[in-house]
Design a protein around this ligand. Structure first.
Ligand SMILES: [Fe+2]
Length: 449
């Protein structure tokens, strides 16, 4: 699967003026659609089947992508009439939970493809004819187009999760991530006390929950240099971590008991060896790779067992963005440059995380590795609005999810597109969730004085 970061960078494209920005948007739309096509290149029965009650049939995602593009670009911006008003309710994510979607009279695969294709053609015409520097905040820097690109890429990640849950012959392949590890690394780094700027006012395609930029004061802390590995996680299992309520929150222990958790999702033990299923292939669990498919409860229990804790969201972001040399928060751990294949494992270029300690070129000024890409990282934090938050362009984007029932994940993963991954980007999910590409790293308070 090819999904390279598109050049030039978004900032360069803005500075070069309207035409370069249009070209950038068109290239991002194309990259997203190529990825969608690759993920839906299956027989019709595979597209209409529900591979897990946790997920929609792939054909639902396909038409929903087209429907959101029609709503936001063609109708909201272009002022066009609905193409098929009767299908809108079918593809409203708030109207039908995933488990019910297979029973809906969904567009069959060929019609879903044709609909998404038709919408895209009209959206490209609209892009060519629409000024992107006018007063409308929805159009400024092409925001609405950027939102739609990110929406499609996020559904591509969701569809990749469906592929991971799917049974049957292997449908996806990708090259192995390169092993770019260098020398032994310290197990943790110290981030000294002090303020930093969290969130953004300037990132053109940042979503409402990433705004506004605000100053946060943090005490000194230590953060793991790399995400927690399968090998380390196996020691937690071998030490009876799943059977010791001391390491679990009350809610976590209750869930562990009720769901019968004994290991990460997709793992099983055979003849004294841990195996895992990954996109249809069963293989030994690689000890040096970041652990994947763990819930927040499991990540939190591991951290307590290790005598540590999950980092807060602010601690994660400071380690990923703050440059102590200039006092500035940057877009990414390595600086302001858009992600490339040398900097981070993003965009479904590979179908697994790279070994812990990879991507030296992408490390942060504090020497923290793999903050972007590889695995989403659970943080200790609930999903809350930043001070001064304003819902935009609609309340259902983030506001309806704020509260203690969701935990924040940071940093993207191998399945997240570069265009939907930023140092400020916030993902959120239930603490029981683990079919997502979730891992974690741990932290501890620095000693006083
Ligand atoms: Fe959606």
């Amino acid at each position: 699967m090819l999904n390279e970061a598109v050049d030039p960078t978004l900032d360069d494209a803005r500075e070069a003026g309207g035409e370069a920005l249009r070209e950038r948007i068109a290239a991002e739309l194309l990259a997203a659609r190529e990825r969608t096509a690759g993920l839906t290149a299956l027989e019709d029965h595979d597209l209409t089947a529900q591979h897990s009650p946790l997920m929609s049939p792939l054909v639902w995602d396909l038409a929903h992508i087209g429907n959101q593009e029609e709503l936001w670009l063609l109708r909201n911006i272009g002022g066009r009439d609905p193409m098929h008003p009767e299908i809108d309710p079918l593809y409203d994510a708030f109207e039908h939970p995933r488990a019910e979607r297979p029973k809906l009279p969904l567009l069959p695969p060929a019609e879903a493809r044709a609909y998404a294709h038709e919408v895209r053609g009209r959206a490209l015409d609209l892009l060519a004819a629409t000024p992107l520097d006018g007063p409308s905040p929805l159009l400024r820097d092409g925001f609405a187009f950027g939102m739609i690109v990110q929406h499609e890429q996020q559904h591509d990640e969701t569809m990749l999760i469906t592929h991971q849950l799917r049974r049957g012959p292997v449908a996806l392949t990708a090259p192995e991530p390169p092993d770019t590890r260098t020398g032994p690394l310290p197990s943790e780094v110290l981030v000294p006390a002090g303020p930093f700027t969290m969130g953004t006012d300037t990132e053109p395609w940042a979503l409402d929950n990433e705004r506004p930029a605000h100053r946060v004061e943090l005490a000194a802390y230590h953060l793991d240099t790399t995400p927690v590995t399968n090998g380390a996680y196996q020691r937690f299992i071998a030490d009876g971590g799943y059977d010791d309520p001391r390491w679990w929150t009350a809610a976590g222990w209750e869930h562990r008991q009720q769901a019968g958790l004994t290991a990460p999702l997709f793992w099983r033990r055979e003849g004294g060896e841990w195996l895992r299923r990954r996109f249809g292939v069963t293989e030994p669990v690689p000890a040096d790779e970041p652990v994947l498919h763990v819930s927040w409860y499991e990540a939190d229990a591991y951290a307590r067992w290790a005598g540590r804790r999950l980092p807060t969201e602010a601690e994660w972001e400071k380690a990923a963005r703050f440059d102590p040399a200039t006092g500035r928060s940057r877009r990414y751990p390595w600086g302001d440059q858009d992600p490339t294949a040398e900097l981070a494992n993003l965009g479904q270029r590979h179908l697994r995380p790279a070994p812990a300690g990879s991507y030296p070129a992408g490390q942060s000024p504090y020497g923290v590795r793999q903050l972007m890409g590889d695995v989403w990282e659970w943080t200790a934090s609930d999903f809350r609005p930043y001070p001064g938050f304003r819902a935009w362009p609609y309340e259902e984007y983030s506001e309806v999810f704020f509260g203690p029932e969701y935990k924040v994940l940071r940093g993207g993963c191998f399945a997240a597109a570069p265009v939907a991954s930023r140092g400020t980007f916030r993902n959120w999910d239930y603490p029981i969730r683990r079919q997502i590409f979730s891992g974690f790293r741990t932290a501890r308070d620095a000693e006083q004085g």
